[in-house]
Ligand binder design. Structure first.
Ligand SMILES: [Zn+2]
Length: 163
């Protein structure tokens, strides 16, 4: 369907503030997953997962969901010195850094996350715990009987505020 082609994995879209839920101001999103597309209140909407694009073309390491009105989304080319493939975001379901190839979060991702959450450290811990739970389900060597301590250290412990 032509109207949905702009809303595809790997595309970057810009949506005005009234064209998506929920957030403030226009949204520029690099799409990593299209969860669903369907009609809602007479328009075509897509439930997306991705990373917001910073004004300098880099990505926010934090992932977000957005419910986007497809006819309000415009495909954009984001000028960037870096390829999207070299951003420090996790590849699923391997949970390796897309840029470094090592177990995510790498040092660069940790630094970026600390910067993005500098005013709300508890929210970072909650976010990382969510990712850790997702990784525990997706990683083949960490089923229900595998020890979880490694993943908790890897995802969550490093970000806990030292007191
Ligand atoms: Zn990395």
């Amino acid at each position: 369907m032509p109207s949905t082609t702009r809303v595809a994995v790997g595309a970057t879209i810009r949506v005005p503030a009234d064209g998506y839920r929920f957030g403030k101001g226009p949204l520029t999103l690099w799409i990593t997953e299209v969860l669903s597309v369907g009609r809602f209140e007479g328009a075509l909407w897509a439930e997306l997962r991705g990373h917001e694009v910073n004004p300098d073309g880099t990505l926010r390491i934090r992932q977000r969901f957005a419910f986007v009105r497809v006819d309000r989304a415009v495909a954009v080319e984001v000028p960037s010195r870096w390829s999207r493939r070299r951003e420090h975001v996790p590849t699923r379901p391997t949970w390796r850094c897309q840029a470094c190839g090592i177990a995510w979060p790498c040092s660069a991702a940790k630094l970026r996350l600390l910067a993005e959450y500098r005013h709300d450290r508890p929210a970072l811990t909650v976010y990382l715990a969510t990712l850790q739970a997702e990784a525990a389900e997706e990683l083949p060597d960490s089923g229900p009987n595998a020890p979880r301590v490694g993943l908790i250290d890897r995802f969550v412990s490093w970000a806990r505020a030292r007191g």
